[in-house]
Design a protein around this ligand. Sequence first.
Ligand SMILES: *Cc1c(COP(=O)(O)O)cnc(C)c1O
Length: 375
Amino acid sequence: MVKRNVLLNPGPATTTDTVKMAQVVPDICPREKEFVSIMREVEEGLLKIVHADPAEFAAVLFCGSGTINMDICLNSLLPEGKKILIVNNGAYSSRGAEICEYYGLPFINLKMPLNRQPDLSVIEKTLQENPDIALVYTTHHETGTGLLNPIREIGALVHRYHGMFVVDTTSTYAMRPIDMEADELDFCMASAQKGIMAMTGLSFIIGRKSMIEASAAYPRRSYYCNLYMQYAYAKEHGEMHFTPPVQVIYSVRQALQEYFAEGEENKWARHCRIFGAIKNGLSKLGFRTYIPEGQESGLVAAALYPDDSHWDFEKVHDYCYERGFTIYPGKVEKMGMFRLCALGAIDQEDIEAFWDVFEEALKVCEVTTPVIYHE
Ligand SMILES: *Cc1c(COP(=O)(O)O)cnc(C)c1O
């Protein structure tokens, strides 16, 4: 058997052995009918996770990490002469803004505080003052901090002003329950190595077919990363335009079977259990977290570095890593933080075992516990 590591980084996630082993299959050409039928099954499963009606929505698959989805949605879905609004309160929405810059797309970068949910009235005012905004983009869960954005409320505003709502759901999809219609989503996205707990290399966008079809008439800004081209090709041929990540797709098929066997509600309850155990351990040791309670995703805790000269993230990390637990640095500039994430095929017991190791690491480093903060 393969050694089991508990990954507390924000993806890739810990996978089951059955998902790992699902990749070991006889060699196959992805143009064969047998493989095309697996692609179909995967697309259907991906839609079902967000309760998307296949008559209204399509799942479009791409070979790449999650950032490819962001790139594709932003470059493909903007009509000529219109603007994008980025509701930006974290590193991932900032990446969206950077993508707009790279393509030279007209956009408004609406920067909001990083440690609390956005002020909806500011978003509404921006929409009112800029009737040429066609696409509003944000991140459901800013994985860098653990902040959850109120997408349903933002989406309702976007639709009141007749915009298209595109949300990066990479770090909530298949974890927090999502419903395309009820959550006011036109497009969402994720990749295989996060919520569905499969391997890296496959990413997917779920979006309204009518909007994808309308985008056929929009400027084409990328050859490889064009949403309409991939959608139209899959519709006609049942497969990806270019070579798919064949073995990863087998792992995704297995992971989807395991997702539906566990069930949406049970899976979310498990993530909540894991997160509860993470928060418990942090508070026992006196760690402060960056995002206030009630505004957290329930999937990532960002803990502030203590004011202790013995604290050394690298040393603590290495001690835990050698014992099968991976922790991760934070993602807010000039602020010392580390993250513990509730993703993957793990449960409460794994977190309890982790805290034993983490406490030993603090002892070895001679960090005072409960940890100290000066202010
Ligand atoms: C992981 C993640 C991505 C994708 O990052 P990659 O490094 O390209 O896999 C995008 N958005 C969010 C919110 C994420 O958590």
